[in-house]
Design a protein around this ligand. Sequence first.
Ligand code: ZN
Ligand code: ZN
Length: 185
Amino acid sequence: MEIIIKDIPEEGKEFFFDAASDGWFRDTLNAALPQMIQKEDEGKAAFYLLRTGANVDVRGDVACNYHPACIRCLKVFKNHLDCPIHLTLAPLYESERQIKLESKDEVALVKEDLEFSYYEGESFPLSDLIREQVILAVPIQPLCKKNCKGLCQQCGKDLNLGPCGCKAHHEHHRWDALKGFKPAK
Ligand SMILES: [Zn+2]
Ligand SMILES: [Zn+2]
């Protein structure tokens, strides 16, 4: 999905996408969340693009359901991602100057700088932008629930379904190991 910048009217333009009907959008979600999008998972996006001088102001929201695997119990579960997007795209020649400034003093990187991206030529691929933003927004360590008990490291049983025979033994040793790491209050 390529956005031609000169085609964005003076007053800006709204875009709506639905993974059920926009194949490229579904492909983009699939690329951002590999193997995590199931057939019935809904995906929607809304954008408002506005030109401000040579820049393009991009405001939008990407929302979808997806199925990650819990890092503790390995169960695949349904999750919802809501990814608000707001960034400014500048022509590449502007950005190069910015990158030079940033590399001189990387510590000075503030949030505003991170929400600044660039486009090259007369258009920009909205699909790439969506993919990058979704990858940034998705939790790196998904949990099926906050207090997921995970699998017993000894017998592999899913401890959310109840204790296993080796649990007591296991827990005992786990707390022993933690004792030395307790921070002083
Ligand atoms: Zn889990
Ligand atoms: Zn066990």
